[in-house]
Design a protein around this ligand. Structure first.
Ligand SMILES: [Zn+2]
Length: 481
C-alpha cells in the first residue's frame, strides 16, 4: 500500500504570511552578515584600508589633526610638523638627509615611514573632552607620535662609514626583526623635496631610490652561502670531504672562471674555499648541483617572492640555469650571471642564519603615543617562518665564522666581539670596478646584529664593505656590552 502524503493547500493569506516570514529570515540573515563583517572590519581590516594610499579619506583627517612626529628609538625627533605664523604647516626633518629614504617625505606623495605610519600620525588619541573643546574652538587636535626602531647613533655611524660613496647599509636584530639602521646613498634633503622635485625626479643618480630595499645588485660571492647550503643538502655526508686544487683559474670546457685577481688558492677544503671565496671551487660545486633543486632552495630563501618588508621594495631575482648550460651554471654558483638581490633581502637571509633559521619579520614602527605621552599601540616581533633548519643555519654560521677568522673578512677580526659573515665582489659591467658586499652578524655565538653593506663600484668586499660593517659593530658593542 502506498501512502500518499496529503498535500496541504495554503490559503492566500497563509501563503503571504509565509513569504513575509521567509523574507524576514533573509533580511535577518543579511543583517547578521553585515554585523559580522562590521566587527571583522573594525577589528582586522580598518587600519589597513584607512591607511591604503589610494584612500583619499585620510587627507581629510589632516584638516582636523596636526600630523604627529616620527622619533628615533631613544626619542629624538626625526620628522615634525610645526604650525607657521601664517597658519600653514611645515613638515621638517631635523637630521636632513640622514634618514631620507627610511623616513621618506610627505609633501609630494608619501614614502618611507611617512607613508607606512600615515594612519597613526593622523589619528589623535587625546581625551575626548579635550577633543571636543578643541573642535569647538576651531583648533586642530595633536596627532599621535610614532616611535621607530631606528637607532640614531647607528644610523650616523653607518652613514659616515659609507661616506660619499653610493650604496646601502641595513642593520637589523636577528631575533626580533627590528631594523636599527637603514642608509641609502646618494641621499636627498627631505626638507627640500618640494623645491627640488623636478630635478630629483629626473636625477641620473636616482637619489629618490631607496637602494637598501629597492636597489637590486648581483650578489657576487655572498651567494656562495646559498650554493654552500644547497651543496650540504644534496651531499649531506660527502660535502665534508670536498677538496679542490686552485691555480687561480677554473677551466670547464670552453669556459674559464677566475678567482679574484687570479689568486691561486692552492689546496682547499670546503671551509677554506668558502673562507677564501675561491671561485674555482664554488664553480666546481655548481657543476655538481641539481639546478632545479638549487632554484627551489633560492625560493625558500625568498628569491622571486614577496618579502615581509614594511617599505616599498624590489623582489630579488634568481633564474634557473638549464642543466646543460655550463656557462650559466658556473656563473650562478658564484653569484654572477642573472641573479640579483637587494641589501635588505641579503640582511634578512643573514639574520635568519643568525637566528637558527627563523626569519623574523623586519619592522620599523615600535609604538605609538598620544600627545599626553601614553602608549596607544605597540608593535611586537613576529616570526615569518623558517628559511632553513637550525642545523643548516649552524653549519653555515660555522663556515661564515671562518671567513672572518681565516679568510676575506679579516677586517672584522678583533678582540672585543666575534663576527660571522661573507664578503662579495660582484662584477656587473665589464671594465668597471666590482660592487663591494659584506653581509654578516655578531657576536657569532649570540647574535645581536645582522648587517648587510653594499658599496657600488667599491672594489673588493673585504676591503671596501667589511670596514663599514666593522664601524657599525664597533659603535653598537661600545654601547651594548
Ligand atoms: Zn681559488
Amino acid at each position: 500500500m502506498t501512502a500518499k502524503k496529503k498535500k496541504k493547500t495554503l490559503s492566500p493569506s497563509e501563503k503571504s504570511n509565509r513569504e513575509i516570514l521567509r523574507f524576514t529570515y533573509v533580511i535577518v540573515f543579511l543583517f547578521l552578515c553585515m554585523i559580522g563583517y562590521e566587527g571583522f572590519f573594525l577589528s582586522q581590516k580598518r587600519d589597513e584600508i584607512i591607511n591604503n594610499t589610494y584612500n583619499s579619506r585620510l587627507d581629510s583627517f589632516a584638516d582636523r589633526v596636526i600630523r604627529g612626529d616620527i622619533l628615533s628609538s631613544d626619542g629624538q625627533v626625526l620628522a615634525q610638523t610645526q604650525q607657521q605664523e601664517d597658519g600653514t604647516e611645515l613638515r621638517s626633518y631635523p637630521y636632513g638627509d640622514l634618514f631620507a629614504h627610511v623616513i621618506g617625505y610627505s609633501s609630494m606623495g608619501k614614502t618611507g615611514l611617512e607613508a607606512q605610519g600615515n594612519f597613526y600620525m593622523l589619528s589623535s588619541h587625546i581625551n575626548l573632552m579635550e577633543q571636543v573643546m578643541r573642535e569647538f574652538s576651531g583648533q586642530k587636535n595633536p596627532g599621535d607620535d610614532l616611535y621607530t626602531t631606528l637607532d640614531l647613533e647607528l644610523q650616523k655611524t653607518a652613514s659616515d662609514a659609507l661616506g660619499d660613496r653610493k650604496g646601502a647599509v641595513v642593520v637589523m636584530e636577528p631575533d626580533t626583526g627590528r631594523i636599527l639602521a637603514m642608509v641609502s646613498k646618494p641621499a636627498y634633503d627631505p626638507n627640500q623635496v618640494q623645491n627640488q622635485w623636478d630635478s630629483l625626479r629626473t636625477d641620473s643618480e636616482s637619489r629618490l631610490l631607496n637602494r637598501a630595499t629597492q636597489g637590486v645588485y648581483p650578489p657576487g660571492s655572498t651567494f656562495k652561502i646559498i650554493t654552500l647550503l644547497e651543496f650540504m643538502r644534496e651531499y649531506p655526508e660527502e660535502y665534508r670531504n670536498f677538496h679542490y686544487d686552485c691555480n687561480g683559474v677554473l677551466e670547464q670546457g670552453d669556459y674559464t672562471i677566475q678567482c679574484y685577481h687570479k689568486t691561486a688558492h692552492g689546496s682547499q677544503n670546503l671551509e677554506e674555499a668558502f673562507a677564501n671565496s675561491c671561485n674555482g671551487a664554488f664553480a666546481a660545486i655548481g657543476m655538481m648541483l641539481d639546478q632545479k633543486k638549487l632554484s627551489g632552495t633560492t625560493r625558500e630563501l625568498l628569491y622571486d617572492q614577496n618579502l615581509p618588508v614594511p617599505l616599498s621594495y624590489s623582489k630579488s631575482v634568481f633564474t634557473e640555469a638549464a642543466q646543460d648550460d655550463t656557462w650559466q651554471i658556473l656563473l650562478t654558483a658564484i653569484g654572477q650571471g642573472k641573479t640579483q638581490i637587494t641589501p635588505m633581502h641579503s640582511a634578512m637571509i643573514t639574520a635568519a642564519i643568525a637566528n637558527g633559521g627563523t626569519l623574523m619579520k623586519p619592522y620599523l614602527m615600535d609604538h605609538v603615543v598620544n600627545a599626553a605621552g601614553e602608549t596607544v599601540k605597540a608593535f611586537t616581533p613576529e616570526a615569518y617562518g623558517n628559511l632553513m633548519t637550525a642545523s643548516e643555519a649552524e653549519a653555515l654560521g660555522t663556515m661564515m665564522r671562518a671567513v672572518v677568522t681565516e679568510g676575506t673578512g679579516s677586517k672584522l677580526k678583533n678582540d672585543q666581539y666575534t663576527v660571522a659573515g661573507k664578503t662579495g665582489s660582484a662584477e656587473f659591467e665589464t671594465g668597471k670596478e666590482t660592487h663591494a658586499w659584506f653581509t654578516g652578524y655578531a657576536p657569532a655565538e649570540n647574535p645581536q646584529l645582522a648587517v648587510s653593506v653594499i658599496v657600488e663600484e667599491g672594489g673588493s668586499g673585504g676591503a671596501a664593505a667589511a670596514p663599514i660593517a666593522r664601524a657599525v659593530f664597533d659603535n653598537w658593542f661600545s654601547r651594548n656590552k
